[in-house]
Design a protein around this ligand. Structure first.
Ligand code: ARG
Length: 460
Protein backbone atom coordinates (compact mmCIF):
# COMPACT_ATOMS: atom_id res chain seq x y z
CA UNK A 1 0.00 0.00 0.00
CA UNK A 2 1.13 3.52 -0.76
CA UNK A 3 2.14 5.64 2.23
CA UNK A 4 -0.28 8.32 3.44
CA UNK A 5 0.86 11.95 3.09
CA UNK A 6 1.31 11.86 6.87
CA UNK A 7 2.66 8.33 6.91
CA UNK A 8 6.41 8.82 7.42
CA UNK A 9 6.49 7.63 11.02
CA UNK A 10 4.10 4.73 10.44
CA UNK A 11 5.25 1.16 9.88
CA UNK A 12 1.80 -0.35 9.69
CA UNK A 13 -0.72 0.35 6.94
CA UNK A 14 -4.00 1.95 7.91
CA UNK A 15 -6.82 -0.45 8.68
CA UNK A 16 -9.24 -0.60 5.77
CA UNK A 17 -12.30 -0.28 7.95
CA UNK A 18 -10.81 2.67 9.81
CA UNK A 19 -9.87 4.32 6.54
CA UNK A 20 -13.51 4.27 5.52
CA UNK A 21 -14.63 5.27 9.01
CA UNK A 22 -12.42 8.35 9.09
CA UNK A 23 -12.85 9.79 5.62
CA UNK A 24 -14.68 13.06 5.03
CA UNK A 25 -14.20 13.44 1.31
CA UNK A 26 -17.64 11.97 0.65
CA UNK A 27 -19.14 15.16 2.10
CA UNK A 28 -16.39 17.80 2.12
CA UNK A 29 -15.66 17.47 -1.60
CA UNK A 30 -18.25 20.18 -2.17
CA UNK A 31 -15.74 22.61 -0.65
CA UNK A 32 -13.41 22.15 -3.63
CA UNK A 33 -13.91 25.64 -5.19
CA UNK A 34 -12.84 27.21 -1.92
CA UNK A 35 -9.99 24.77 -1.38
CA UNK A 36 -8.61 25.70 -4.78
CA UNK A 37 -9.16 29.41 -4.36
CA UNK A 38 -7.43 29.39 -0.97
CA UNK A 39 -4.59 27.22 -2.26
CA UNK A 40 -3.97 29.64 -5.12
CA UNK A 41 -3.79 32.57 -2.73
CA UNK A 42 -1.49 30.62 -0.43
CA UNK A 43 0.79 29.59 -3.29
CA UNK A 44 1.12 33.21 -4.27
CA UNK A 45 2.07 34.12 -0.73
CA UNK A 46 4.72 31.37 -0.76
CA UNK A 47 6.13 32.82 -3.95
CA UNK A 48 6.18 36.33 -2.49
CA UNK A 49 8.02 34.89 0.52
CA UNK A 50 10.61 33.36 -1.76
CA UNK A 51 9.64 29.76 -1.01
CA UNK A 52 8.34 29.07 -4.49
CA UNK A 53 10.02 30.30 -7.65
CA UNK A 54 7.90 32.02 -10.26
CA UNK A 55 8.13 28.89 -12.34
CA UNK A 56 6.97 26.67 -9.52
CA UNK A 57 4.14 29.01 -8.66
CA UNK A 58 2.93 29.04 -12.27
CA UNK A 59 3.09 25.29 -12.42
CA UNK A 60 1.01 24.96 -9.26
CA UNK A 61 -1.45 27.56 -10.52
CA UNK A 62 -1.93 25.79 -13.84
CA UNK A 63 -2.32 22.43 -12.11
CA UNK A 64 -4.90 23.70 -9.64
CA UNK A 65 -6.92 25.34 -12.41
CA UNK A 66 -6.93 22.13 -14.39
CA UNK A 67 -8.07 20.17 -11.36
CA UNK A 68 -10.87 22.66 -10.81
CA UNK A 69 -12.05 22.17 -14.39
CA UNK A 70 -11.92 18.41 -14.08
CA UNK A 71 -14.01 18.47 -10.91
CA UNK A 72 -16.52 20.85 -12.49
CA UNK A 73 -16.87 18.56 -15.47
CA UNK A 74 -17.34 15.54 -13.26
CA UNK A 75 -14.15 13.91 -14.49
CA UNK A 76 -12.33 13.96 -11.17
CA UNK A 77 -12.43 10.92 -8.95
CA UNK A 78 -12.33 11.68 -5.23
CA UNK A 79 -10.84 8.82 -3.31
CA UNK A 80 -11.40 7.86 0.31
CA UNK A 81 -7.78 6.77 0.42
CA UNK A 82 -6.84 10.47 0.59
CA UNK A 83 -9.29 11.20 3.41
CA UNK A 84 -10.56 14.63 2.57
CA UNK A 85 -10.90 17.29 -0.10
CA UNK A 86 -7.56 18.85 0.90
CA UNK A 87 -5.44 15.76 0.39
CA UNK A 88 -7.35 14.61 -2.68
CA UNK A 89 -6.51 17.84 -4.44
CA UNK A 90 -2.91 17.82 -3.26
CA UNK A 91 -2.51 14.26 -4.52
CA UNK A 92 -4.04 15.15 -7.90
CA UNK A 93 -1.68 18.10 -8.14
CA UNK A 94 1.26 15.79 -7.51
CA UNK A 95 0.11 13.48 -10.26
CA UNK A 96 -0.04 16.43 -12.64
CA UNK A 97 3.10 18.39 -11.82
CA UNK A 98 5.22 16.08 -9.67
CA UNK A 99 7.22 16.99 -6.56
CA UNK A 100 6.56 20.75 -6.83
CA UNK A 101 3.02 20.00 -5.69
CA UNK A 102 4.33 19.02 -2.27
CA UNK A 103 5.88 22.47 -1.78
CA UNK A 104 2.39 23.95 -1.56
CA UNK A 105 1.96 22.51 1.91
CA UNK A 106 4.97 24.44 3.25
CA UNK A 107 3.95 25.95 6.60
CA UNK A 108 0.35 25.03 5.96
CA UNK A 109 -1.96 22.69 7.84
CA UNK A 110 -5.30 21.15 7.04
CA UNK A 111 -6.48 22.55 10.35
CA UNK A 112 -6.39 26.05 8.90
CA UNK A 113 -7.39 24.91 5.42
CA UNK A 114 -10.64 23.41 6.60
CA UNK A 115 -11.72 26.55 8.48
CA UNK A 116 -10.63 28.78 5.61
CA UNK A 117 -12.66 26.74 3.14
CA UNK A 118 -15.66 26.64 5.46
CA UNK A 119 -15.58 30.38 6.06
CA UNK A 120 -15.33 31.09 2.33
CA UNK A 121 -18.14 28.65 1.64
CA UNK A 122 -20.33 30.30 4.27
CA UNK A 123 -19.63 33.74 2.83
CA UNK A 124 -21.24 32.58 -0.42
CA UNK A 125 -24.04 30.80 1.40
CA UNK A 126 -24.83 33.99 3.33
CA UNK A 127 -25.26 35.89 0.08
CA UNK A 128 -27.65 33.27 -1.19
CA UNK A 129 -29.59 33.18 2.08
CA UNK A 130 -29.98 36.95 2.15
CA UNK A 131 -31.38 36.81 -1.38
CA UNK A 132 -33.86 34.09 -0.45
CA UNK A 133 -35.02 35.94 2.65
CA UNK A 134 -35.47 39.09 0.64
CA UNK A 135 -37.54 37.19 -1.94
CA UNK A 136 -39.81 35.92 0.81
CA UNK A 137 -40.15 39.40 2.33
CA UNK A 138 -41.12 40.72 -1.08
CA UNK A 139 -43.76 38.02 -1.48
CA UNK A 140 -45.18 38.90 1.94
CA UNK A 141 -45.43 42.60 1.11
CA UNK A 142 -47.09 41.86 -2.24
CA UNK A 143 -49.65 39.58 -0.60
CA UNK A 144 -50.32 42.16 2.11
CA UNK A 145 -50.96 44.74 -0.60
CA UNK A 146 -53.14 42.43 -2.65
CA UNK A 147 -55.46 41.86 0.29
CA UNK A 148 -55.17 45.27 1.89
CA UNK A 149 -58.49 46.04 3.59
CA UNK A 150 -59.48 42.45 4.37
CA UNK A 151 -60.41 42.16 8.03
CA UNK A 152 -59.92 38.85 9.76
CA UNK A 153 -60.29 37.66 13.32
CA UNK A 154 -57.04 38.02 15.22
CA UNK A 155 -56.19 35.30 17.69
CA UNK A 156 -54.69 34.92 21.11
CA UNK A 157 -54.64 31.42 22.61
CA UNK A 158 -56.00 30.45 19.18
CA UNK A 159 -59.32 31.97 20.29
CA UNK A 160 -61.05 34.84 18.51
CA UNK A 161 -59.67 37.98 20.10
CA UNK A 162 -59.92 41.23 18.15
CA UNK A 163 -60.25 42.13 14.49
CA UNK A 164 -57.09 42.74 12.53
CA UNK A 165 -56.20 43.57 8.95
CA UNK A 166 -54.89 40.47 7.19
CA UNK A 167 -52.09 42.68 5.85
CA UNK A 168 -51.08 43.60 9.37
CA UNK A 169 -51.07 39.98 10.51
CA UNK A 170 -48.95 38.75 7.63
CA UNK A 171 -46.57 41.72 7.87
CA UNK A 172 -45.62 40.46 11.33
CA UNK A 173 -43.62 37.85 9.40
CA UNK A 174 -41.98 40.56 7.34
CA UNK A 175 -40.57 41.99 10.56
CA UNK A 176 -39.35 38.58 11.66
CA UNK A 177 -37.51 37.93 8.43
CA UNK A 178 -36.08 41.41 8.39
CA UNK A 179 -34.51 40.65 11.75
CA UNK A 180 -33.01 37.45 10.33
CA UNK A 181 -31.52 39.43 7.50
CA UNK A 182 -29.95 41.82 9.98
CA UNK A 183 -28.65 38.89 12.01
CA UNK A 184 -26.94 37.50 8.93
CA UNK A 185 -25.33 40.84 8.15
CA UNK A 186 -24.02 41.14 11.67
CA UNK A 187 -22.78 37.56 11.56
CA UNK A 188 -20.77 38.31 8.44
CA UNK A 189 -18.52 40.62 10.48
CA UNK A 190 -17.37 37.66 12.54
CA UNK A 191 -17.35 35.27 9.60
CA UNK A 192 -15.11 37.22 7.27
CA UNK A 193 -11.82 36.78 9.09
CA UNK A 194 -9.01 34.88 7.47
CA UNK A 195 -7.38 32.02 9.39
CA UNK A 196 -4.67 31.43 6.76
CA UNK A 197 -1.24 31.76 8.31
CA UNK A 198 -2.29 29.98 11.50
CA UNK A 199 -0.74 26.69 10.38
CA UNK A 200 -1.53 23.74 12.67
CA UNK A 201 -2.26 26.16 15.56
CA UNK A 202 0.99 27.94 16.43
CA UNK A 203 1.31 30.17 13.36
CA UNK A 204 3.17 29.87 10.08
CA UNK A 205 6.97 29.96 10.45
CA UNK A 206 7.50 31.40 6.96
CA UNK A 207 7.14 35.07 6.11
CA UNK A 208 3.87 34.94 4.25
CA UNK A 209 1.76 38.07 3.92
CA UNK A 210 -1.48 37.24 5.71
CA UNK A 211 -3.16 40.55 4.82
CA UNK A 212 -2.58 40.04 1.13
CA UNK A 213 -3.99 36.49 1.20
CA UNK A 214 -7.03 37.66 3.15
CA UNK A 215 -7.73 40.51 0.78
CA UNK A 216 -7.38 38.29 -2.24
CA UNK A 217 -9.95 35.87 -0.80
CA UNK A 218 -12.48 38.56 0.14
CA UNK A 219 -11.98 38.43 3.89
CA UNK A 220 -12.37 41.68 5.81
CA UNK A 221 -9.94 40.91 8.60
CA UNK A 222 -7.49 38.41 10.05
CA UNK A 223 -7.93 36.03 12.95
CA UNK A 224 -5.81 37.43 15.78
CA UNK A 225 -4.99 34.18 17.51
CA UNK A 226 -3.87 31.08 15.66
CA UNK A 227 -5.15 28.71 18.36
CA UNK A 228 -8.58 30.33 18.18
CA UNK A 229 -8.42 30.23 14.38
CA UNK A 230 -8.23 26.44 14.16
CA UNK A 231 -10.22 25.58 17.30
CA UNK A 232 -13.28 27.78 17.13
CA UNK A 233 -16.45 26.70 15.41
CA UNK A 234 -18.48 29.63 16.71
CA UNK A 235 -18.96 30.70 13.13
CA UNK A 236 -20.69 27.37 12.45
CA UNK A 237 -22.72 27.51 15.65
CA UNK A 238 -23.81 31.06 14.93
CA UNK A 239 -25.04 30.37 11.42
CA UNK A 240 -26.84 27.26 12.69
CA UNK A 241 -28.56 29.41 15.31
CA UNK A 242 -29.66 31.87 12.67
CA UNK A 243 -30.86 29.05 10.44
CA UNK A 244 -32.81 27.65 13.37
CA UNK A 245 -34.41 31.05 14.02
CA UNK A 246 -35.38 31.27 10.36
CA UNK A 247 -36.85 27.78 10.39
CA UNK A 248 -38.79 28.45 13.59
CA UNK A 249 -40.55 31.38 11.97
CA UNK A 250 -41.12 29.45 8.77
CA UNK A 251 -42.59 26.70 10.90
CA UNK A 252 -44.96 29.07 12.70
CA UNK A 253 -46.11 30.51 9.39
CA UNK A 254 -46.56 26.98 8.04
CA UNK A 255 -48.65 26.10 11.04
CA UNK A 256 -50.93 29.06 10.35
CA UNK A 257 -51.29 28.13 6.69
CA UNK A 258 -52.12 24.56 7.66
CA UNK A 259 -54.75 25.72 10.16
CA UNK A 260 -56.20 28.28 7.79
CA UNK A 261 -56.63 25.60 5.14
CA UNK A 262 -58.70 23.32 7.40
CA UNK A 263 -62.46 22.92 6.91
CA UNK A 264 -62.85 24.55 10.31
CA UNK A 265 -61.10 27.78 9.30
CA UNK A 266 -61.41 27.84 5.53
CA UNK A 267 -59.50 31.13 5.39
CA UNK A 268 -57.17 30.25 2.52
CA UNK A 269 -56.72 28.15 -0.55
CA UNK A 270 -53.30 26.83 -1.56
CA UNK A 271 -52.74 25.84 -5.18
CA UNK A 272 -53.15 22.16 -5.94
CA UNK A 273 -49.66 21.83 -7.26
CA UNK A 274 -48.27 22.42 -3.78
CA UNK A 275 -50.64 19.93 -2.15
CA UNK A 276 -51.00 16.18 -2.29
CA UNK A 277 -53.86 13.76 -2.16
CA UNK A 278 -54.40 10.68 -0.06
CA UNK A 279 -53.79 7.22 -1.43
CA UNK A 280 -56.91 6.06 0.39
CA UNK A 281 -59.32 8.99 0.79
CA UNK A 282 -60.19 10.38 -2.62
CA UNK A 283 -61.49 13.72 -1.39
CA UNK A 284 -58.27 14.81 0.35
CA UNK A 285 -56.15 17.84 -0.50
CA UNK A 286 -53.33 18.06 2.00
CA UNK A 287 -50.97 21.00 2.63
CA UNK A 288 -47.84 18.80 2.61
CA UNK A 289 -45.59 21.61 1.43
CA UNK A 290 -46.25 23.60 4.60
CA UNK A 291 -46.13 20.48 6.76
CA UNK A 292 -42.71 19.61 5.38
CA UNK A 293 -41.35 23.06 6.18
CA UNK A 294 -42.65 22.57 9.72
CA UNK A 295 -40.99 19.14 9.79
CA UNK A 296 -37.68 20.35 8.42
CA UNK A 297 -37.50 22.97 11.15
CA UNK A 298 -37.00 20.06 13.55
CA UNK A 299 -34.08 18.80 11.48
CA UNK A 300 -32.36 22.19 11.47
CA UNK A 301 -32.87 22.70 15.20
CA UNK A 302 -31.40 19.22 15.62
CA UNK A 303 -28.37 20.20 13.54
CA UNK A 304 -27.77 23.16 15.85
CA UNK A 305 -27.96 20.84 18.82
CA UNK A 306 -25.52 18.47 17.16
CA UNK A 307 -22.95 21.25 17.01
CA UNK A 308 -23.60 22.39 20.55
CA UNK A 309 -23.03 18.86 21.77
CA UNK A 310 -20.01 18.41 19.53
CA UNK A 311 -18.26 21.50 20.89
CA UNK A 312 -19.05 21.07 24.55
CA UNK A 313 -15.98 19.95 26.43
CA UNK A 314 -13.72 19.88 23.39
CA UNK A 315 -10.22 20.97 24.40
CA UNK A 316 -8.20 23.35 22.21
CA UNK A 317 -6.93 23.24 19.53
CA UNK A 318 -7.88 20.99 16.60
CA UNK A 319 -9.53 17.65 17.35
CA UNK A 320 -10.79 15.29 14.71
CA UNK A 321 -14.29 15.49 16.22
CA UNK A 322 -14.51 18.81 14.41
CA UNK A 323 -14.83 16.97 11.12
CA UNK A 324 -18.38 16.14 12.18
CA UNK A 325 -19.41 19.80 11.97
CA UNK A 326 -19.87 19.64 8.24
CA UNK A 327 -22.70 17.15 7.61
CA UNK A 328 -24.88 19.01 10.13
CA UNK A 329 -24.06 22.38 8.62
CA UNK A 330 -24.65 21.28 5.03
CA UNK A 331 -27.93 19.63 5.90
CA UNK A 332 -29.19 22.66 7.79
CA UNK A 333 -28.30 25.03 4.97
CA UNK A 334 -29.90 22.82 2.37
CA UNK A 335 -33.12 22.46 4.35
CA UNK A 336 -33.36 26.14 5.20
CA UNK A 337 -32.74 27.35 1.65
CA UNK A 338 -35.31 24.95 0.25
CA UNK A 339 -37.85 25.88 2.91
CA UNK A 340 -37.42 29.60 2.24
CA UNK A 341 -38.05 28.97 -1.45
CA UNK A 342 -41.05 26.76 -0.74
CA UNK A 343 -42.59 29.32 1.58
CA UNK A 344 -42.11 32.10 -0.94
CA UNK A 345 -44.02 30.07 -3.52
CA UNK A 346 -46.82 29.35 -1.05
CA UNK A 347 -47.19 32.98 -0.02
CA UNK A 348 -47.17 34.16 -3.64
CA UNK A 349 -49.94 31.80 -4.58
CA UNK A 350 -52.19 31.69 -1.56
CA UNK A 351 -55.71 32.98 -2.01
CA UNK A 352 -57.93 34.33 0.72
CA UNK A 353 -61.42 32.98 1.04
CA UNK A 354 -63.11 36.29 1.84
CA UNK A 355 -66.63 34.95 2.50
CA UNK A 356 -65.43 32.42 5.04
CA UNK A 357 -63.33 35.01 6.81
CA UNK A 358 -66.30 37.34 6.97
CA UNK A 359 -68.52 34.64 8.44
CA UNK A 360 -65.93 34.00 11.13
CA UNK A 361 -65.69 37.71 11.92
CA UNK A 362 -69.20 37.63 13.30
CA UNK A 363 -68.26 35.03 15.88
CA UNK A 364 -66.45 35.41 19.16
CA UNK A 365 -67.40 38.96 20.24
CA UNK A 366 -64.36 40.51 18.63
CA UNK A 367 -65.51 44.02 19.60
CA UNK A 368 -66.05 43.33 23.31
CA UNK A 369 -62.92 45.30 24.21
CA UNK A 370 -64.45 48.24 22.36
CA UNK A 371 -67.47 48.14 24.64
CA UNK A 372 -65.21 48.18 27.70
CA UNK A 373 -63.26 51.10 26.23
CA UNK A 374 -66.57 52.87 25.56
CA UNK A 375 -67.47 52.58 29.23
CA UNK A 376 -64.07 54.02 30.09
CA UNK A 377 -64.92 57.14 28.07
CA UNK A 378 -68.02 57.43 30.28
CA UNK A 379 -65.80 57.66 33.33
CA UNK A 380 -65.92 54.02 34.47
CA UNK A 381 -62.51 52.63 35.54
CA UNK A 382 -61.24 50.01 33.08
CA UNK A 383 -61.28 47.03 35.44
CA UNK A 384 -64.94 47.72 36.26
CA UNK A 385 -65.76 48.35 32.62
CA UNK A 386 -64.11 45.04 31.76
CA UNK A 387 -66.27 43.25 34.32
CA UNK A 388 -69.52 44.87 33.13
CA UNK A 389 -68.65 44.00 29.52
CA UNK A 390 -67.99 40.42 30.55
CA UNK A 391 -71.48 40.21 32.02
CA UNK A 392 -72.99 41.71 28.87
CA UNK A 393 -71.12 39.18 26.70
CA UNK A 394 -72.41 36.34 28.86
CA UNK A 395 -75.98 37.67 28.54
CA UNK A 396 -75.64 38.10 24.76
CA UNK A 397 -74.17 34.62 24.41
CA UNK A 398 -77.07 33.06 26.36
CA UNK A 399 -79.53 34.88 24.13
CA UNK A 400 -77.72 34.04 20.93
CA UNK A 401 -77.14 37.69 20.03
CA UNK A 402 -74.17 39.73 18.88
CA UNK A 403 -73.33 42.84 20.95
CA UNK A 404 -74.62 45.36 18.45
CA UNK A 405 -77.96 43.48 18.30
CA UNK A 406 -78.68 44.17 21.98
CA UNK A 407 -81.28 46.89 22.63
CA UNK A 408 -80.48 49.97 24.65
CA UNK A 409 -82.74 48.70 27.48
CA UNK A 410 -80.80 45.46 27.56
CA UNK A 411 -77.53 47.42 27.75
CA UNK A 412 -78.88 49.66 30.48
CA UNK A 413 -79.59 46.65 32.68
CA UNK A 414 -75.85 46.34 33.05
CA UNK A 415 -74.84 50.01 33.11
CA UNK A 416 -76.80 53.23 33.11
CA UNK A 417 -73.82 54.91 31.50
CA UNK A 418 -74.54 53.26 28.16
CA UNK A 419 -76.29 55.55 25.69
CA UNK A 420 -77.41 55.47 22.06
CA UNK A 421 -73.88 56.36 20.89
CA UNK A 422 -72.67 52.87 21.94
CA UNK A 423 -73.78 51.52 18.55
CA UNK A 424 -71.37 53.92 16.90
CA UNK A 425 -68.54 52.44 18.95
CA UNK A 426 -69.41 48.88 18.14
CA UNK A 427 -68.49 49.07 14.46
CA UNK A 428 -65.47 47.65 12.67
CA UNK A 429 -64.91 51.05 11.16
CA UNK A 430 -64.45 52.64 14.54
CA UNK A 431 -62.40 49.77 15.83
CA UNK A 432 -59.84 50.41 13.08
CA UNK A 433 -60.01 54.19 13.41
CA UNK A 434 -59.06 53.76 17.04
CA UNK A 435 -56.00 51.65 16.08
CA UNK A 436 -54.17 54.32 14.15
CA UNK A 437 -51.26 54.25 16.53
CA UNK A 438 -47.77 53.72 15.07
CA UNK A 439 -47.37 49.97 14.67
CA UNK A 440 -51.10 49.25 15.14
CA UNK A 441 -53.60 47.68 12.76
CA UNK A 442 -55.25 50.98 11.70
CA UNK A 443 -55.68 51.27 7.91
CA UNK A 444 -53.43 54.29 7.52
CA UNK A 445 -50.68 52.93 9.70
CA UNK A 446 -50.72 49.59 7.88
CA UNK A 447 -50.57 51.37 4.53
CA UNK A 448 -47.65 53.49 5.71
CA UNK A 449 -45.78 50.45 6.99
CA UNK A 450 -46.33 48.72 3.63
CA UNK A 451 -44.91 51.69 1.77
CA UNK A 452 -41.99 51.79 4.17
CA UNK A 453 -41.36 48.08 3.64
CA UNK A 454 -41.28 48.57 -0.11
CA UNK A 455 -38.71 51.33 0.28
CA UNK A 456 -36.65 49.09 2.57
CA UNK A 457 -36.72 46.23 0.10
CA UNK A 458 -35.49 48.47 -2.69
CA UNK A 459 -32.49 49.40 -0.59
CA UNK A 460 -31.62 45.82 0.36
N1 ARG B 1 -11.11 16.48 7.26
C1 ARG B 1 -10.68 17.26 8.35
C2 ARG B 1 -11.85 18.01 9.00
O1 ARG B 1 -12.85 18.11 8.38
C3 ARG B 1 -9.65 18.23 7.91
C4 ARG B 1 -8.67 18.60 8.96
C5 ARG B 1 -7.85 17.41 9.30
N2 ARG B 1 -6.80 17.73 10.23
C6 ARG B 1 -6.13 16.80 10.91
N3 ARG B 1 -5.22 17.19 11.70
N4 ARG B 1 -6.40 15.52 10.77
O2 ARG B 1 -11.77 18.49 10.09
Amino acid sequence: MEKKPWGGRFQEDIDEFFEDFSESVSFDQMLYPYEIKASLAYAEALRDAGILTDKEFNLIKKGLKEIEEEIKEGKFIFSKEYEDVHMNIEKALYEKIGETAYKLHTGRSRNEQVVTDLRLYLMDECEELKGLIKDLMEAIVLKAEEYYGIIMPGFTHLQHAQPVLFSHWIMAYYEMFKAHLERLKDYEKRLKISPLGSSAFAGCPFKINREKIAKKLGFKNLTKNSVFAVSSRDFVLEILSILTFIMLDLSRLSEELILWMTQEFGFIELPERFCTGSSLMPQKKNPDSAELIRGKSAVVAGNLFQLITLMKGLPLSYNRDLQEDKPALFLALNNTKKSLKMMKLLIEELKLNKENIETQLKKGYLLATELADYLVTKGIPFRKAHHITGEIVLYAEKNGKTLEKLSLEEFKKFSQAIEEDVYQWLTMENFFKRREIFGGTGYTNVKERLEEAKRELKKL
